[in-house]
Ligand binder design. Structure first.
Ligand code: SF4
Ligand code: SF4
Length: 137
């Protein structure tokens, strides 16, 4: 199981007929899928972690099933290797594009909308963001 990635937005946004406001629960980072990396992401994440690009590739990536690019590895429990115990992203400032654009630029499956705690039917239902959390910065 590999994650989709959390959204990287702090505002309430409208998605189809529902509103989205990330609750930093980390479910998307445990959801089955892959996180693809391009050269720009590899350069940025390696620099953020103060690793050489080769060290980063060796420690945190593997070849995608379609062999077209590298993807992030998983933890033993299937979550993204960069999801920490507080459900926050260890590489939040430089996380890959698909993590930063999720879910607002995705075709989110109905099944996931029932799992993600960030979907609401109205602004009135939308709670405040958890204090001190940074996953949606
Ligand atoms: S890189 Fe960060 S946001 Fe993307 S899936 Fe991993 S933990 Fe989640
Ligand atoms: S609220 Fe949704 S987008 Fe935000 S971390 Fe949880 S599952 Fe991911």
């Amino acid at each position: 199981m590999t994650p989709l990635g959390c959204p990287g937005v702090g505002a309430v946004i409208a998605m189809s007929e529902r509103l989205f406001h990330c609750r930093c629960c980390g479910a998307c980072c445990r959801w089955p899928g892959i996180v693809r990396l391009n050269e720009e992401a590899i350069t940025a994440i390696a620099a953020f972690l103060q690793l050489s690009q080769e060290e980063f590739r060796q420690q945190y990536t593997r070849l995608a099933p379609d062999r077209k690019c590298l993807i992030l590895t998983d933890r033993e429990d299937g979550a993204c290797v960069f999801l920490n115990r507080d459900n926050l992203c260890r590489i939040n400032p430089v996380k890959p594009t698909q993590c930063r654009t999720f879910p607002q630029h995705w075709q989110v499956e109905p099944e996931f909308q029932n799992t993600c705690q960030g979907f609401y039917s109205s602004v009135a239902e939308t709670p405040a963001r958890p204090s001190g959390r940074r996953c949606a910065d």
